[in-house]
Write a protein that binds this ligand. Sequence first.
Ligand SMILES: Cc1ncc(COP(=O)(O)O)c(C=O)c1O
Length: 408
Amino acid sequence: MTYNFDERIDRRGTNAESVDAFRHALFGKESETIIFPCPEEELIRMWVADMEFATPEVVVDAIRARLDRRIFGYTANLDSAYYDAFVRWTQDRYGWGFSREEMMTSKGVVPALYDLVSYLCAPDEKVLIFTPSYAPFRRAVTFHHLTCLCSPLKKDGAHYTIDFEDVSRKLEDPKVRLCIFCNPHNPTGRLWSREELERFGQLCRDKGIWIISDEIHCDLLRTGKQHIPLAKLFPDYDRIITCMSPSKTFNIAGLMISNVIIPNAELRKTWHTRQHHSENPISLVAAQAAYEKGGDWLAQLLAYLDGNMALTKEILKAELPEAKFCIPEATYLAWIDLGAYFPPEERLTRFFAAEAGVLLEDSSMFLQDGESCIRLNLASPRPVVREALGRICRAVKERGGREMPCSR
Ligand SMILES: Cc1ncc(COP(=O)(O)O)c(C=O)c1O
């Protein structure tokens, strides 16, 4: 290992959401009523999906070099340097490319989702998503007063699959115009197989339904796994929009730059007329450097995350054998079903904050169909992960001492 992922970096005083926004984001009005078991600086933060690791030095160097140019005036993605870097990345990793004109940038995947939903859907139309779901998918739909249809994923133990019968039934509704798809899937960590992608894409193509394929987690795979961009499987179907980003991969979410690949010429025209095209000059060089020079750092990060996942599995097996958890194929997020230990109505975010001093997201933050699950962000130094799991397991066991585990 060349990079020190064990380093603990103090984020206090940087307006980091993870550190400074948790009260409102996790507890809302109730935040004042929670008594933590430790001083606030000892809370372990495993909620927001960013990492506790330093951004790769090659990215920081590129930012420094840009700072040295000293002028930060209006900037646009004018030359082909960023496109070249990103398309080389997708070609090398996924065997998939696109033309320069198809590649847009946006201030984030979520802002792009909000905009694309409004460009694609008429006021009475519907959008399909899969649940449990990253909550902003539904917000992007209801924000425009459209109807959101949910297709619950099928669950077998800790393994999730698409319920194709349900999807096909829902797509019969002529008002369904768009599907927001997540691959790899947050929160379950599923990396959809070629067969699943083909079947899902085919169902949409048969009905002419648009797909926004949110592939923001596509670089964060377990060793040996291979991501397949949905659009790669349907080169002749131009209604698949792909969102990818250096933000999760290189821990630069705060720089707010992501990539949106739009093969449909008509939609690109709409995008160009309705988007503001200026770029943050720092973000642009950071993203370019990440794709050009960040591969080695990423390889080591992935090995480290594999280790954090294996540790989690081992601790849960030993300490909470009734917990349902399988190491996700992708993401740095562990989705753990604690239904054997808690009744479905238990508010687990609150429980673990108050009893363990661990900040995490429970299923209420993923819309529906994730009852009794928690999502742990494992992108932290290993000693922190170990300490968090120790606290979590202790809190569950102590609770079990007061009340028998639920029989389910
Ligand atoms: C599936 C998914 N899409 C989008 C985002 C956020 O994207 P951005 O920060 O680019 O808006 C996240 C962040 O957790 C995510 O998990």
